[in-house]
Design a protein around this ligand. Structure first.
Ligand code: NAP
Length: 679
């Protein structure tokens, strides 16, 4: 294979490595594979290009437009993923590992594309939380909103996930409307470069939205300001160094750190050998030790089991690990690939030696193991290594030494409190898993340990067929952890987008808030359309367009008819004396559901038209009882519109029911699907 010159993409141009380049080795063969890096990249020009070109173009788009862009990019990458697989083998990854890195990264982008359209508005302002009434009459209110930062996000990634590591940051960043400069770890940057080329060649992202630095970042961080974000994934040592960058501190630049982590898996005291949970535990720990040859930030480093299960767990893991075939990922039979480099191999062996001072190695000898594949004999391989620490209370290094490879240590606990003490000794982790079917065990561990871990993963025979795995960060759930894990948080659905946006408290009148948010706020101006709103298409309907219906008298006959028809003969509707004894009612009252049904009878238009379906109702409040003889009228106002597909969108109506004294008796939001066109 000829030498790969890994290029950076800066200010719209690909730039070849120069004299400042570093050499990258093939993890499997140990031979030189590539070179990457420039001595003097114009980092200020890159930042400026991102801010002025990429940021401006992205901010002009709505969340839905950006989400559609992500979906198209993800589809494009999916079509070309074989090319990424092919090049990724040189990192030491197996086909199974590609599923985590390449398919996982593309899947994350798809999830953000979908969440952007389902959970974010088709506008440039994200509304965060509920309206806050700040005055007595409703003419002064508050609303939190989020808008994209007007800077650039610099993403520094670790070597172990050259595709997922980039895409899990890029998807929420682009969805927010912020351009990114991606700096992958040099050891595997050739894979990231291939992925960035696919993204840029697709022509789907605006210029300046994505740039790439292969090699060192130069002085880029010295030029970050208050509208920029530095999002880092890597070791605690590097994070500590980057945190201390003066420009970041001076400008309060956002810094999100995902660091290393001494994750643990706990076998619940209920899950002794012979239970399905015990077998599941062995399977999960084995997988976490060997996927990506243990080079996963979420891999299980500490295995906590009740003391009477230690021997059984060690023997179960020894059996599984003995079947691992270490070697060339492209040679048949291989189940675990290489570490990323010989330097990484040295590091893992040094860390394993530190662990060995406090624990006995019970499986895997790095000086005596087979490597599958003739061409792989000079590669960066280690066998899976299992340790047993007999005194985890006295030990320290087994709790703070991350050997970033297939290395894990079994420790015995006395009882649940002891297990909680031990699991928390990691000093803050990304994930802890608990294999248990005992709900009290799950609750106790949560109360004792949740504050120390970014994610708690429970699994047992009931959930195992669908469980996503201890080590797989899901885009829907937060990824990150306190303390040692960096104190950062990524993903978690729309939460992850907010790292790249500014939350602003807006205070003002209903009209001002309506204009800013694109959502009608009670008290804001209303208008009447030219015809019944159910005759109007999605695009014709205006925010604030309102229908005021006639009033309807609610009679005792109505209440009794409804009660017998539905079977809801609750005493407050049927028994005058009993109703009077109830503190909420003056006497017999109408059913709330009767009012809702009458309201629909008052506001719907019966004919076939653009309104396709009623899909739900939110925030229903019954505020005043309605007695026989009261009159009720409805006010229906277009609050918010969200396109759903090529044919129709969701219209959210604010509905208010009032009585003859203009007192609000009920309020809710009605959801309908409304067509763009009428056939
Ligand atoms: P690393 O050595 O800390 O490097 C991480 C990144 O930082 C690389 O891109 C590296 O670039 C860059 N870097 C190093 N020094 C820098 C500097 N002075 N200025 C700017 N960038 C700098 O970590 P790694 O060896 O790649 O990754 C392994 C570690 O990452 C493990 O500890 C693992 O637990 C952690 N990790 C954490 C997560 C998570 O989500 N929490 C995920 C994956 C990995 P170069 O490669 O060019 O030096």
């Amino acid at each position: 294979m000829s030498l790969i010159n890994v290029e950076s993409f800066a200010c719209g141009r690909w730039i070849a490595p120069d004299d400042g380049a570093r050499v990258i080795e093939n993890a499997v063969t140990g031979h030189v594979l590539a070179r990457a890096g420039q001595a003097d990249l114009d980092t200020q020009a890159m930042l400026e290009y991102a801010r002025s070109q990429g940021g401006t173009a992205l901010r002009a788009m709505t969340f839905h437009q950006r989400a559609r862009m992500l979906k198209a990019v993800a589809s494009h990458l999916h079509q070309h993923k074989q090319a990424l697989y092919n090049i990724s083998y040189a990192t030491g990854a197996t086909l199974k590992d590609h599923a985590f890195d390449i398919d996982g990264g593309i899947g994350t982008m798809f999830v953000y594309a979908s969440k952007g359209r389902r959970e974010m508005p088709d506008s440039q302002v994200y509304v965060d939380g509920a309206l806050e009434p700040l005055g007595r009459t409703g003419q002064f209110l508050g609303q939190h909103i989020c808008t994209p930062l007007q800077g650039v996000a610099v993403h520094i990634n670790a070597f172990n996930f050259p595709v997922w590591g980039m895409l899990e940051k890029l998807a929420p960043t682009l969805l927010a409307g912020v351009p990114a400069i991606v700096k992958p770890a040099t050891a595997t940057c050739y894979v990231t470069e291939a992925c960035v080329r696919l993204i840029l060649d697709s022509g789907l992202v605006p210029s300046g939205a994505v740039q790439l630095v292969a090699g060192g970042l130069g002085d880029m961080l010295d030029h970050l300001g208050g509208q920029d974000v530095l999002s880092f994934t890597g070791s605690a040592d590097t994070a500590q160094r980057l945190r201390a960058t003066p420009a970041l501190m001076q400008n309060a630049t956002r810094f999100v750190a995902e660091q290393d982590s001494l994750n643990a898996s706990i076998l619940g005291p209920d899950a002794a050998a012979g239970t399905p949970e015990f077998d599941l535990f062995i399977k999960e720990v084995h997988r976490e030790m060997t996927v990506k040859a243990g080079q996963k930030c979420t891999a299980v480093r500490r295995i906590l089991v009740s003391k009477d299960q230690v021997d059984a767990v060690i023997s179960g893991l020894q059996d599984r690990l003995a079947r691992v075939v270490v070697g060339d990922p492209q040679v048949s039979g291989t189940t675990m690939g290489a570490l990323v480099s010989k330097a990484q191999r040295r590091d893992v062996l040094a860390k394993a030696a530190v662990i060995a001072r406090e624990a006995e190695r019970v499986h895997g000898d790095p000086d005596a193991f087979q490597i599958n594949g003739d061409a792989a004999q000079g590669g960066a391989f280690v066998p899976p290594m299992l340790f047993h620490c007999n005194d985890p209370d006295a030990a320290q290094r087994v709790h703070d030494t991350e050997a970033f490879g297939p290395v894990s240590t079994v420790m015995g606990y006395d009882d649940l409190d002891h297990a909680v003490t031990l699991v928390n000794r990691g000093g803050g982790s990304l994930v802890a898993s608990v294999i248990t079917r005992d709900v009290d065990v799950a609750r106790s561990i949560t109360l004792g340990a949740a504050a120390h871990h970014g994610r708690l993963y429970f699994n047992n025979r009931d959930s195992m067929a669908e469980a996503t795995g201890h080590g797989a960060p899901m885009p829907h759930m937060v990824h990150g952890g306190p303390g040692r894990a960096g104190g950062g948080e990524e993903m978690g659905g729309v939460r992850g987008v907010m790292h790249y946006m500014q939350r602003t408290a807006i205070q003002g009148s209903p009209d001002i808030l309506t204009a800013i948010t694109g959502r009608w706020v009670p008290g804001a101006a209303i208008s009447q359309g030219p015809e019944h709103p159910f005759r109007r298409t999605f695009h014709d309907l205006r925010i604030g367009e309102t229908l005021n219906t006639a009033a309807r008298c609610i009679t005792l006959d109505d209440i009794e008819h409804f009660a017998h028809f539905t079977g809801d003969t609750f005493y407050a509707h049927m028994d005058e004396e009993a109703a009077q004894r109830n503190p909420f009612f003056p006497g017999r009252v109408a059913h709330g559901y009767l009012l809702l049904s009458f309201a629909a009878g008052l506001f719907v238009h019966p004919d076939e038209g653009p309104v396709l379906a009623n899909t739900g109702l939110d925030g229903l409040k019954f505020m005043q009882p309605v007695s026989p003889g009261d009159h009720v009228a409805a006010q229906l106002t277009v609050k918010h519109k969200t396109p759903r597909n090529d044919d129709y969108g969701e219209v959210r109506w604010h509905v208010r029911l009032t009585n003859q004294d203009a007192v609000i008796v009920a309020e809710y939001e009605l959801l309908t699907m409304v067509a763009y066109r009428v056939a």
